[in-house]
Design a protein around this ligand. Structure first.
Ligand SMILES: [Cu+2]
Length: 195
């Protein structure tokens, strides 16, 4: 009985051990694969987040760090068809401090002389900021938004700035603030200029 079972268990045990080793090896591979998938997913999400349409800024302040968070919505403004005959287009974008410390915006800048931006805080419109090096530059201005406070970013596009032009419009407004995650936040205006 003992001998027979011993014999029976001998090779069987060996097989089990071999299978066991194979299993461990297999589990190792599966875990490696899972880790790789997790890392890749994380990288993919991190890369995608920068291109999420409709909003600049992070979804939540989160954690215990008390920092300001600049939010501008939409992050890309679709001007659609801009008629040169109709002249300057003015748009307004919702802006807010989504963080837990005062947000200080000290300067703005646009990518082209045809575009300018001003911030409206408490109903008071700040100076117009355009392309750096073109025209007069506002100095000594800054705006402070308390946590949760909203403001309006007013942006103007002048279709006559480039003479007669037909075609795509792609302009950027840069907002300089003390948001540690995006000290130079970019807001985009896009559209198509038509007669
Ligand atoms: Cu321009």
């Amino acid at each position: 009985m003992d001998k027979s079972t011993g014999k029976a268990h001998g090779p069987a045990g060996g097989q089990r051990n071999q299978r066991g080793r194979k299993k461990v090896h297999g589990i190792g591979l599966v875990m490696l694969g899972a880790a790789a998938v997790l890392v890749l997913t994380g990288l993919f999400l991190a890369a995608r987040w920068q291109y999420l349409p409709g909003m600049t800024g992070r979804p939540g302040a989160g954690g215990s760090s008390r920092t300001p968070v600049l939010r501008v919505s939409p992050g890309t403004y679709e001007l659609g068809q801009v008629s040169q005959a109709k002249g300057i287009v003015t748009v307004e974008l919702a802006t807010a401090n989504g963080g837990e410390a005062d947000l200080v915006i000290r300067e703005m800048e646009t990518s082209c002389g045809c575009t300018r931006a001003a911030l409206i805080v408490d109903g008071k419109e700040g100076p117009w900021f355009g392309m750096r090096g073109h025209g007069e530059w506002p100095v000594g201005w800054s705006a402070r938004l308390r946590p949760g406070e909203r403001a309006v970013l007013r942006v103007q596009y002048d279709p006559d700035a480039h003479g007669i032009y037909r075609g795509p419009i792609d302009r950027i407004v840069i907002i300089y603030s003390n948001d540690p995650q995006q000290p130079q936040a970019q807001v985009r205006l896009s559209g198509t200029q038509v007669p």
